[in-house]
Design a protein around this ligand. Structure first.
Ligand code: ADP
Length: 697
């Protein structure tokens, strides 16, 4: 059976081999055993139930919490000709009836349903009449109240299983690895513990960075300036922060969208689609965004604030780089951020024991932010994967800058100012005093009389604040947790003030470009965007970036070579193979021509070459074919040549029947605009013809 599965993997999905864990899970499922698969986000869970669904007789029910994404998931399956559909509240009852009746006739291999549906006895009864071989539970942690996304309707799955006769196989998938959640899933879905597969949590293509004590907006701005062409998500902890950051970036003209629970369904859907369809490059969001977004080319995930634990962090950060390409996960840490998740735990109505558990997890997240160890090891260790050996060489602690800058004098100035303010003020006032600000808040309280007033007047207020944040992060200054946070000295400040200890600040690495794209990659991306537009599916459903990248580097020239490219199965080859081969050939042709021109030392501008060929008696069509350029490009070359004074007989290119008509329309319109004239003429008359009659007749 596994051979059949491997064949499907190649034919439908275009992948030559299973990833770590996929083969074991699929084998277990194919042996008819209930199975739980725990894989990191982006690890490849979907294939673990989609391929068995193809191997089994009958239909597989997929329980998924994400109604808004079901359509895209189904589109992706239909694109590779896997018969699948979904049933959720976006359909009216006639459509639902139709789909159920088609399912009964065996028309689908997979049906995605929302768990809420299972509340209806009538619906369960209808499902009972289908031939269901497997029930696959996606995002299975939603069944556990220990999980971070508990959904009561997931508990209805047990009811579904009891109602189906014979009882189908259950498979469950999640990225949450904590023991509590795992055991809950085992229990509630009757999956044996020995049929639980926890696959490697490492995502080698993700680069992890923690950036501490920096001005966050300044960093984000610098980052986007360099990486504005790539897709990314910026997470913030509160709606208010999302709104503020969104306005800031929008004001800078970025293609940005916002997403949080305070927006209505329509708005959220539009933003999600804008992102999936590559119309919006950046999403600023709370953690409400992203579950199930399987957009594969998210190149970076920046956390503007620290999330409440490492599970949430790894899940959110893991939305980067599903296509296996290099991507960045950046945590912008400031100690003040601990307050919000702590506040949420404080205010929750969890039991004392559960609160302790959540505090502990929050502390591990804080430890991650401060650690000097390899960040990847820290995460994997947390998820129970030990023994990774040396550092990963792909995180800010392993290969970030080692350059240190001494800031002892600045630290002493700040620390003495904090001391003089006697723990009564926050970061803003301390920075204002050091800068020598004339703000009322400072003058009214006579703070301008302090000896530290204005001792850092040469610094920008922003840089002073950054430095204070850095000293907080290093533990020299304590930020209190009260409602109006104030700062005071910790015991470690004293040796610095006495000149016994020096303070060093790690110089942050310059932001670099995440991905370098070349000319062919860009034209393949355009071709993919056009196809996606025609088929009304997200671009990554046609091909992932990684496939385009491989096409652009391997330059396949025939079917055999094309089928070796990852992501190019036979189904996609039949649909798109030829058109992509043609695009590659067009690019190579252009390159060859450029090279031969260079070899001949022929630096003649392109339009002059077209004009020369035209003067030699070739038609526009012939020139277009010879040069591998569009006819409209050749036409614009000829117009440009004529405007530069070349002797070209262009009037003969205008159909005789229309010449007079064009002239009369040109005379009637004195706006100088061509559009109204074009609209007033028959379709056969092109802009090219009008321009000729206007300027050269
Ligand atoms: P998850 O649901 O675990 O977050 P997905 O199922 O969306 O992850 O898979 C993540 C990406 O990995 C998808 O783009 C998928 O096409 C790709 N993928 C899955 N299995 C393989 C494989 N065996 N070889 C190459 N790519 C794969």
């Amino acid at each position: 059976m596994i051979e059949k599965a491997r064949k499907y993997l190649q034919e439908y999905f275009g992948y030559p081999s299973f990833r770590e864990g996929q083969r074991e899970i699929i084998e277990n499922v194919l042996e008819g055993k209930n199975t739980l698969g725990i894989m990191p986000t982006g690890g490849g869970k979907s294939i673990c139930f989609q391929i068995p669904a193809l191997c089994f007789e009958g239909v597989t029910l997929v329980i998924s919490p994400l109604i808004s994404l079901m359509k895209d998931q189904i589109d992706a399956l239909n694109t590779i000709q896997i018969p699948a559909t979904y049933i959720n509240s976006s359909l009216d009852w006639i459509e639902i009836e139709e789909r159920i009746s088609m399912a009964r006739q065996g028309e689908y291999k997979l049906i995605y349903i929302a768990p809420e549906r299972l509340g209806s006895g009538d619906f369960l009864e209808r499902l009972g009449r289908m031939d269901i071989s497997m029930v696959a539970v996606d995002e299975a942690h939603c069944i556990s109240s220990w999980g971070h996304d508990f959904r009561p309707s997931y508990r209805l799955i047990s009811k579904l299983m009891d109602s189906l006769k014979p009882r189908p196989i259950v498979t469950a998938f999640t990225a949450t690895a904590t023991k509590e959640v795992r055991f809950d899933i085992n229990d509630l879905l009757s999956i044996n513990k020995r049929d639980t597969f926890i696959t490697g949590f490492d995502r080698p293509n993700l680069n992890f960075k923690v950036i501490t004590g920096e001005d966050k907006r300044e960093f984000i701005e610098e980052y986007l300036e360099v990486n504005k062409d790539d897709s990314g998500i910026i997470y913030a902890n509160t709606r208010k922060e999302v709104e503020a950051l969104y306005e800031f970036l929008k004001g800078k003209d970025y293609k940005v969208g916002k997403y949080h629970g305070g927006m209505n369904h329509q708005e959220r859907k539009a933003i999600q689609e804008g992102f999936i369809y590559d119309k919006l490059k950046i999403i600023v969001a709370t953690n409400a965004f992203g579950m199930g977004i399987d957009k594969s080319n998210v190149r970076y995930v920046i956390h503007h604030n620290m999330p409440k634990n490492l599970e949430a962090y790894y899940q959110e950060a893991g939305r980067a780089g599903r296509d296996g390409e290099f991507s960045e996960c950046i945590l912008l840490f400031s100690p003040a951020d601990i307050r919000i998740p702590k506040f949420f735990i404080d205010q929750s109505n969890l039991s004392g024991e559960r609160k302790e558990y959540e505090y502990e997890k929050l502390q591990r997240m804080v430890d991650y932010s401060y650690t000097n160890q390899c960040l990847r090891h820290f995460i994997l260790d947390y998820f129970g994967e030990m023994g990774m050996g040396e550092g990963c060489d792909n995180c800010s602690n392993c290969n970030g800058s080692n350059e240190l800058e001494e800031v002892t004098v600045e630290a002493q100035k700040i620390l003495s100012c904090v001391y003089k303010l006697k723990g009564k003020f926050g970061v803003g006032v301390v920075a204002g005093v050091l800068k020598g600000s004339k703000r009322k808040q400072i003058l009214n309280r006579n703070l301008h009389k302090l000896s530290t007033y204005g001792i850092m007047s040469g610094y920008r207020i922003k840089d002073i604040k950054n430095m204070i944040n850095f000293l907080i992060a290093e533990g020299y200054i304590i930020l209190t947790n009260s409602k109006y946070s104030v700062v005071k000295l910790s015991s470690t400040a004293s040796p610095v003030l006495k000149g016994e200890k020096k303070v060093y600040h790690k110089v942050r690495d310059k932001v670099t470009k995440i991905s370098v794209k070349d000319e062919l990659f860009e034209s393949l991306r355009k071709l993919r965007a056009n196809l996606a537009e025609e088929e009304k599916v997200p671009p990554y459903v046609i091909f992932q970036d990684s496939t385009l990248k491989e096409l652009a580097s391997k330059l396949p020239s025939d079917k055999d070579q094309l089928l070796k490219v990852k992501g190019m199965g036979i189904v996609k080859y039949r649909k798109y193979g030829q058109i992509f081969l043609e695009e590659i050939e067009k690019y190579l042709d252009k390159k060859r021509k450029r090279a031969s021109r260079r070899a001949k030392g022929d630096e003649t501008p392109s339009h002059m070459i077209s004009c020369k060929l035209y003067q030699d008696g070739k038609t526009v069509k012939e020139i277009s074919k010879d040069r591998g350029l569009a006819t409209t490009t050749i036409e614009s070359h000829l117009i440009r040549g004529a405007s530069e004074g070349l002797e070209l007989d262009l009037v003969s290119l205008v159909p005789e029947d229309y010449k007079k008509l064009i002239i009369s329309k040109l005379k009637e319109d004195d706006t100088g605009k061509l559009k109204p004239i074009k609209e007033a003429l028959p379709d056969e008359v092109s802009y090219f013809h009008i321009k000729i009659m206007k300027n050269y007749a």
